[in-house]
Design a protein around this ligand. Structure first.
Ligand SMILES: Nc1ncnc2c1ncn2[C@@H]1O[C@H](COP(=O)(O)OP(=O)(O)O)[C@@H](O)[C@H]1O
Ligand SMILES: [Mg+2]
Length: 282
């Protein structure tokens, strides 16, 4: 089971969008997948077509609180995308598609502190240790490097950092890489170096081209390909709580192909190899 954290230092760079895109690609590829929505705002849960509080299932915050006892598998909810996938595949044989969600909850916010204890930092690892049957777990992190993101990193074997090709994003990614290196040395020796995903890339922007080149120079092959383009109908697709693979039109098709390739490169890449991340020249 591959456990991948999708994180970044700040909000609005596209963590949730990348999580949803990868989940969509995994569903299309028939990989049984669990999305853990660790952001107290629960955007990924909404985007996956799950209504918060509709059933009896616990949200992730409540599960973390009782990590030793709570059964994650009793509390996950199937994504609303699955029914669509079934309908589109009607008449074909094959395994039932699996895309489950451990729902986000405001309660998880109590763990988003900078001073989380060693015991608390392992809560998600404890929860996931009893889970079987998924090929992939995607963890959508909140926009900080506080307790929740650290919990996610501890439970992961890969970390993806989402960055926009802009000045402060590149600097922020560098800082996050350093924080991750320190964290890895102390808490998670098996965690591979972070991979970086550039999001909202505008092909016509000179500034973006310059920042992308800078990122590649700084981080080398840790920058995953392909990069993700700025997409005009993105909000519309997300607002409809739809999988990009099920959305009509050419631009959605291109986005879907981008996430297929990213998922493949992510799962094929040496992210679990224990290799030291390249450091930028000071
Ligand atoms: N590639 C993209 N093209 C267009 N809009 C995007 C893209 N990626 C993200 N967005 C939009 O930017 C906003 C923030 O993205 P989101 O994924 O919620 O970021 P985060 O989870 O890091 O806070 C959302 O409205 C989302 O639809
Ligand atoms: Mg988000």
């Amino acid at each position: 089971m591959q456990v991948v954290s999708i994180s970044s230092l700040k909000g609005g760079v596209g963590k949730t969008s990348v999580t949803l895109g990868l989940a969509s690609a995994a569903l299309a590829a028939g990989i049984p997948t669990l999305v853990v929505d660790l952001d107290p705002h629960a955007d990924a849960t909404t985007g996956l077509g799950v209504s918060l509080g509709a059933g009896k299932q616990l949200g992730i915050g409540e599960m973390l609180r009782t990590a030793r006892r709570a059964e994650l598998s009793d509390n996950v909810v199937p994504s609303g995308w699955v029914a669509n996938a079934r309908r589109l595949r009607k008449g074909t044989v094959g395994r039932k598609p699996v895309l489950d969600v451990a729902m986000g909850s405001a309660y998880s916010g109590i763990y988003d502190r900078p001073d989380l204890s060693r015991r608390d930092v392992r809560r998600l690892t404890t929860l996931l240790s009893r889970v079987t049957g998924y090929g992939l777990v995607l963890i959508d992190c909140p926009p900080s490097l506080n307790g929740l993101t650290r919990m996610a990193w501890t439970a992961s074997n890969r970390v993806m950092l989402v960055a926009e090709p802009a000045l402060f994003s590149v600097a922020g990614t560098e800082r996050t890489m350093r924080a991750l290196e320190l964290f890895r040395a102390e808490f998670a020796p098996n965690l591979g170096p972070a991979r970086i995903i550039a999001n909202r890339v505008r092909a016509t922007s000179n500034e973006h081209a310059f920042r992308l080149a800078e990122m590649k120079q700084m981080f080398g092959d840790l920058v995953l390909t392909p990069t993700i383009a700025e997409q005009a109908n993105w909000q519309q697709i997300q607002g409809a709580a739809h999988s990009v693979h099920h959305w009509p039109g050419e631009s959605a098709k291109q986005s879907a192909a981008t996430f297929d390739a990213l998922l493949k490169n992510l799962t094929d890449s040496g992210g679990v190899r224990n290799r030291v991340a390249r450091r930028p020249v000071a």
